[in-house]
Design a protein around this ligand. Structure first.
Ligand code: BDR
Ligand code: CA
Length: 294
């Protein structure tokens, strides 16, 4: 099994990504960290605990960075007021661990005999602070697979994708870390579509929750499919053959009107960027996973 630490800001598509991740035998999720992002950290943390309850999971959750490194926290209404509008999740009875996310990641990595994969499906602040404060853990990181960025234009501005735009300085630190990076950007995630017809194929509690929340995703189109941005990072880890990835040299724009843009430049590649997706294979991967879910 692949040992994983997951950083998230739920988020309707984060909830779907976490849900499917719990049912993939390839993954061993050791820790979930939360942070600012789609909604404030109080909400993203409460939402994470609610998702664990919903799927009957008990995985340590550590609360992470409340703000981006330099800019003020951004706010969006893309996922509704709660961050997971559309479904009435009961308050969770689970608690976060006492350690801050960065400390929880450090102790887990230091104690681990094997290298771990960091998966980030929100802004990159938790990961950046870990690398800044504890660079010695770099040799315990197998690679960082993150949903964020784009080589084909943005979704918040015409240049920037949300997770990078929400903390461009953190993204810059990660992009320049020298670690193995896989960028799962809008180039592929905008083509990873799940809608009403897929969800109608299985009548379980998960499909019901997905149908209720996906419809509340701004720009969500249940007829043609809703973009499963964050889920693609999970799919990539279990089934990389569904994607085409290419080595690229990509820089993060941290100032000016193009802030948050991930720009391809000439130079030594610093990451693998996902540039293609087999849409049919992705859909089948989702349906196979959904079949196993509650
Ligand atoms: C990313 O932004 C968030 O709104 C989604 O959860 C996803 O992580 C897509 O740009
Ligand atoms: Ca997210």
């Amino acid at each position: 099994k692949i040992p994983v630490i997951l950083s998230t800001d739920p988020g309707i598509d984060d909830a779907a990504a976490l849900g499917v991740a719990f049912y993939r035998n390839e993954l061993d999720i050791r820790l979930i960290t939360t942070l600012h992002g789609n909604v404030d950290i109080g909400k993203t943390t409460a939402n994470t605990l609610k998702i664990l309850d919903f799927f009957g999971q008990q995985i340590p959750v550590a609360r992470g960075m409340e703000t981006p490194l330099v800019i003020a926290p951004v706010s969006t209404d893309v996922h509704g007021e709660s961050g997971m509008d559309g479904y009435d999740f009961p308050e969770s009875t689970q608690q976060v661990v006492p350690d801050h996310a960065v400390e929880a990641m450090r102790s887990l990595l230091e104690a681990s005999d094997e290298k771990m994969t960091l998966v980030s499906i929100g802004p990159l602040t938790n990961v950046a602070v870990l690398l800044l404060m504890y660079p010695q853990v770099k040799n315990k990181i197998e690679r960082i697979v993150f949903m964020g960025g784009s080589l084909c234009g943005g979704n918040v501005t015409s240049a920037a994708e949300f997770n990078i735009w929400a903390d461009p300085h953190a993204a810059k630190i990660v992009f320049e870390s020298g670690l193995d990076l896989v960028m799962i950007g809008l180039d592929v995630t905008q083509k990873a579509l799940i809608g009403g017809s897929e969800l109608a194929k299985h009548s379980n509690k998960s499909a019901e929750m997905f149908a209720a929340t996906f419809g509340h995703y701004r720009d969500g189109d249940m007829e043609h499919g809703v973009m499963m941005h964050d889920m693609c990072a999970i799919t990539y880890i279990t089934n990389p053959e569904i994607f085409k990835v290419e080595p690229k040299c990509v820089k993060v724009v941290t100032e000016g009107p193009a802030v948050g843009m991930t720009m391809e430049v000439h130079g030594e590649p610093n990451l693998q960027a996902a540039t293609g997706i087999d849409q049919e294979a992705f859909r089948n991967w989702f349906l196979k996973t959904l079949e196993r879910m509650i």
